[in-house]
Design a protein around this ligand. Sequence first.
Ligand SMILES: [Zn+2]
Length: 205
Amino acid sequence: MTTVAVPEGLVFGADGLIPAVVQDRGSGDVLMVAYTNAEALALTASTGQAHFWSRSRKALWRKGETSGNTLAVASMRRDCDGDAVLLAVDPAGPACHTGSRTCFGDEAVTLAGGLAELERVIAGRATADPSESYTARLLARGLDHALKKVGEEATEVVLAAKGESDERLAEECADLVYHLMVVLAQRRLPLARVLEVLAARRRGR
Ligand SMILES: [Zn+2]
């Protein structure tokens, strides 16, 4: 696991607090904004779990201590003038106490968030009625069938790229991505693993 260090040069307010922006490392979506202080930051660094300061309760709190929806912190960084902290996290569940994925609603903001949304929808269809959901039917028919679909959709991408409109190509690519996501769901491999491979390649590893 990554060790999470408290950024140096933070400028705390007169009340000892500093705002923390919490970002989902997988989707890039902003999950929540909260206040933190030196003690909460030190606890976050030593435990790897996000801690904050509640201004209403005047108390230190660990995110998820009652709900179980904890935030595993992958990194902490400061902004340009040191008066805000950014926490990149892997959330264990909905970040908002209302049950929403983020405090700014469920809908994905980023394009990667859209993929994460698709992953959640596909996982949810595993228990749906196959007569009512195409995804549920695909999942019920098993890995080999989904793999056959990936092969077919890949061929359709090739044909669209060679001789059809941009709109058709975009549709066929969407079909391919969707069926790849179904294969990931059947192998229970999180999308985050794929995104991590891509990120590592960008970093040249
Ligand atoms: Zn909230």
